[in-house]
Write a protein that binds this ligand. Structure first.
Ligand code: Z3D
Length: 653
């Protein structure tokens, strides 16, 4: 086999390894509004001429194409530059490069002058570069400059001042003629999200459990009464499990029993009854107008509502009658219930996303989003997305964000890492994570390195829920109130977005049976009335940590984190920094015993400090101040008193 060049007009310059990008540009990278996007590219050319390079980019409107220079820095043949993304939506960028004849000519001229050489011929060559550019660009201005430079009647001094004139340099920027421009073929994309997609404290609550007294089914109106409490605890987002009519057929009973009694309320994820499906509300909760009022009340308190989006149907869902073709029927005409092995969901049917009529099905699913967006919901927690096609998510999220770029999608995909990451790459704004199960130092370290600091940070933003209605971890079951404090403090300070499921604040920790992560008397199958001031509780801890998060820029950013060594493996220590603010978080992971150790700080890297410095740290949780000297400092944490320190280096802010 022979290979020959495609033409004799190949690119003069080669552009490679453009960053940021993931998987060769197959997926967009993600940023937040207000971020500066740092662009890098290898740009390689023959010879010894200088190279010019720039990034061409445009915001979501695609109306205004802008450019920013890339300059040679830090490493051989690599160029860097940046631009700001100041609007939510999909941005595009590409890199361009060209031989910089004018820049090369000027540098060369300077060298010859310095060496005392005669430069008259060089000046004539400079004039011809100017003419070439003038012609290619149709610029009269450059033609005039060319004549002036070439004017032998002028003094050499004047001609040199034209050669080195900055305005002329600016006019000569870019390729002299278009043929000399190389453009990176793949246009890269950036999804830019709003700030709430990065920073927020989430609170999950079942409205039906918010009745006025034990045993009484709650409504949107009675749940509204909880909102001031939630706002006062400092939460930003209130996430509601499905609020739709609940099926009767195969309804589950208390504690996930396969049959329900007449009084059993069923799982809210068993969506659909004779009262409607995904665009209806459970009549037990009230009407759609009641829901609207609830949303408005939340907004009035500065809370955003997140809704569950669970694509599945109870056998009683209207779609099972109206669109039987959307479900896969077995040889005997029945439909097999849904599963997420090893979990069995006997009360729901999965949708057949690859059915013949999939266009109508996918559109109907997209319309569910549109419906709730019209009712003021801009955040969706998506149930088990890994059991539905990746292609569907890529399509539907792009579709909805094209119409509403500020909509946030949280993936509840407790699945294998690559699938979790794939969903994030394909569009999910945030992801539930393995945080729930990372309790030891080395586990936390691995998790942080992979999901908060690794390559994943280009596209995956973990939402650190400390518990969920499906996940009551051993650690919480066994560690008492201190365990709740530890998990809260870690979640709230490791990542800008974290959450708790209600009941956490009053340290609910009884599993349905030993070895299970399910709650006893799980709210998934029954109403659960709570005394929010029951003891023990961590209400004060939540309020404090949420208010500190709002005051500390370092806690609102993603990734500005460094794990710090500690002599005791039960103590986990890390640094959060942003601008001039320096925070050091120290947590005793052992909820049962006091632990002590020496933590090591990288003083040389910390703002306002230096090796060997003496400085004060203030524990923002207790208000206490400690005088620390040098990089190694002693800490002791007794869980009876406190589980951790959230230190701010005094003077940093
Ligand atoms: C989870 C959901 C609940 C119950 C099941 C019940 C099912 C359907 C699950 C399915 C997805 C997701 C939710 N992980 O709570 O399961 O636990 O027993 O069969 O009603 O709903 O939607 O968090």
């Amino acid at each position: 086999m022979s290979s020959k060049p495609a033409s004799h007009e190949g690119d003069r310059v080669l552009i490679e390894r453009v960053t940021p990008q993931i998987d060769g540009g197959r997926h967009p990278v993600k940023r937040f509004v207000g971020d500066r996007v740092e662009v890098g590219a290898d740009v390689v050319m023959d010879g010894h001429e200088l190279i010019g390079a720039r990034v061409r980019y445009c915001g979501p409107g695609f109306d205004r194409i802008r450019e920013a220079p890339l300059v040679y820095r830090f490493e051989p043949d690599r160029f860097f530059g940046s631009f700001d993304v100041d609007e939510v939506g999909r941005w595009q960028f590409t890199v361009e490069a060209w031989p910089d004849h004018w820049g090369t000519w000027r540098a060369d001229l300077r060298k010859r002058l310095d060496a005392g050489q005669d430069v008259l011929l060089e000046i004539r060559e400079g004039a011809s570069l100017l003419r070439r550019a003038a012609k290619a660009r149709g610029s009269r201005e450059l033609a005039v400059v060319a004549d002036d430079l070439d004017d032998t009647g002028r003094r050499l001094e004047d001609r040199l001042s034209i050669a080195f004139n900055d305005e002329v340099r600016r006019l000569m920027a870019g390729p002299l003629d278009p043929q000399e421009l190389t453009r990176q073929r793949r246009v890269l994309e950036i999804v830019v999200d709003r700030v709430r997609a990065r920073f927020g404290a989430w609170y999950e609550i079942f409205p039906r459990s918010q009745g006025p007294q034990p045993g009484e089914h709650g409504t949107f109106a009675t749940a509204e009464a909880q909102l001031p409490r939630v706002a006062d605890l400092g939460f930003d987002v209130v996430y509601l499990p499905p609020i739709h009519p609940i099926g009767r057929t195969h309804r589950k009973g208390r504690d996930n029993t396969p049959t329900a009694g007449p009084e059993d309320v069923g799982s809210p994820w068993a969506i659909g009854s004779e009262h409607g499906g995904h665009t209806a509300v459970d009549p037990m909760l009230g009407t759609l107008e009641d829901f609207d009022r609830f949303v408005e009340a939340a907004h009035g308190l500065g809370l955003e509502i997140a809704l569950d989006y669970a694509l599945q149907c109870s056998p009683d869902h209207p779609w099972t009658r109206e669109h039987p073709e959307w479900f896969r029927h077995r040889a005997d005409g029945t439909i097999r219930y849904a599963e997420n092995p090893p979990k069995k969901y006997e009360d729901i049917f999965p949708l057949d996303f690859w059915c013949e009529d999939r266009e109508a099905l996918w559109n109907a699913c997209a319309d569910v989003f549109r419906f709730w967006i019209d009712h003021g919901v801009k955040i969706f927690r998506v149930d088990n997305p890994h059991t539905k096609p990746l292609a569907f998510w890529e399509w539907v999220i792009a579709e909805i964000q094209r119409e509403h770029p500020d909509v946030v999608f949280l993936a509840e995909a407790f699945t294998r890492p690559k699938r979790m990451k794939a969903l994030a790459k394909l569009g999910f704004t945030q992801s539930y994570s393995y945080y729930t199960w990372k309790n030891r130092s080395w586990e936390l370290q691995e998790f942080i390195e992979e999901f908060l600091l690794g390559e994943a940070r280009e596209y995956l933003r973990p939402n650190l829920f400390a518990n969920t209605p499906d996940i009551l971890t051993d650690y919480l079951q066994e560690g008492g109130r201190s365990a709740f404090q530890v998990r809260l403090l870690l979640a709230a300070t490791l990542a800008p977005t974290y959450g708790i499921y209600s009941g956490f604040e009053i340290c609910e920790n009884v599993p349905v049976r030993p070895g299970s992560e399910e709650y006893l008397g799980s709210e998934k199958y029954e109403l659960r009335w709570r005394d929010w001031n029951a003891t023990p509780n961590v209400n004060e801890d939540i309020r404090l940590v949420n208010s500190l998060r709002r005051q500390s820029p370092a806690l609102q950013q993603l990734g500005n984190l460094q794990i710090l060594p500690c002599s005791n493996e039960h103590i986990f220590c890390f640094r959060r920094y942003w601008g001039s603010e320096e925070l050091v978080v120290v947590v005793n992971l052992d909820p049962h015993h006091p632990q002590e150790g020496v933590v090591d700080l990288p003083l040389g890297e910390m703002k306002g400090l230096h090796e060997g410095a003496a400085f004060d740290v203030e524990d923002l949780l207790s208000g206490e101040r400690y005088g620390w000297t040098g990089s190694s400092n002693y800490v002791r944490l007794d869980p009876i008193e406190r589980v951790g320190h959230l230190m701010r280096v005094v003077g940093s802010e």
